[in-house]
Design a protein around this ligand. Structure first.
Ligand SMILES: CC(C)(COP(=O)(O)OP(=O)(O)OC[C@H]1O[C@@H](n2cnc3c(N)ncnc32)[C@H](O)[C@@H]1OP(=O)(O)O)[C@@H](O)C(=O)NCCC(=O)NCCS
Length: 168
């Protein structure tokens, strides 16, 4: 099998949404208009994972502010504060594409883009469906989180959601 990580383009969106629906619990899914806004704003950083000629996964990531998160299933705010880290918003693979190295390859791509932008930290919200995956990959709970932000993350991303960070 031929595996590839390539740039996400608008024509991938319908496949990307199918992968999203197949791999994320419904409360975490984002609507088409939110995806369209995401790709218009920071699409140059997004990737799709391909096996043979099919989209089997994707990663949505962008420059963001440490200690903060975008709101799931909400368009980006008009004014984004000065970024100081790279943020992985979504990374997912269809079950048949797991254990193939594609997840690691996409995560490595995010570190590469982060470094190119001059950042030394990658941040994400670990959701309960991903278990301890992010701990295994070397992420740690972000200590400087405000109580207000912690409460908002639990509300938006569900019980067990944790803001995590990795030095790269
Ligand atoms: C997260 C994900 C992309 C990882 O891809 P993958 O191909 O399974 O990753 P790897 O093969 O590199 O897995 C590394 C290890 O993490 C483990 N792992 C993967 N997903 C896990 C989960 N949900 N809970 C606990 N462990 C998990 C694997 O079993 C493997 O363990 P091992 O090394 O002891 O065998 C994939 O599991 C996935 O798409 N999950 C659904 C979407 C999701 O939850 N995304 C993360 C939230 S943004």
């Amino acid at each position: 099998v031929k595996t590839q990580i390539i740039a996400m383009e608008k024509h991938h969106l319908s496949d990307v949404i199918k992968v999203q629906k197949a791999t994320f619990t419904e409360d975490l899914c984002e609507a088409l208009d939110v995806f369209q806004n995401r790709i218009e704003r920071f699409g140059q950083y997004y990737k799709v994972a391909i096996i043979d000629d099919s989209v089997v996964g994707y990663m949505i990531c962008f420059p963001w502010t440490l200690g903060d998160t975008p709101i799931n299933n909400e368009k980006f705010p008009e004014n984004i504060p000065q970024p100081n880290c790279f943020y992985i918003h979504d990374i997912t693979l269809l079950p048949q594409a797991r254990g193939t190295g594609l997840a690691k390859a996409m995560i490595e791509e995010s570190y590469k883009m982060a470094r190119e932008l001059g950042f030394s930290q990658v941040e994400l919200v670990s959701v309960s469906q991903s278990g301890n995956y992010w701990d295994k990959v070397g992420f740690e709970a972000y200590a400087d989180i405000t109580e207000k932000k912690r409460a908002s993350i639990l509300k938006v991303y569900g019980e067990g959601a944790r803001l995590m960070i990795k030095e790269i």
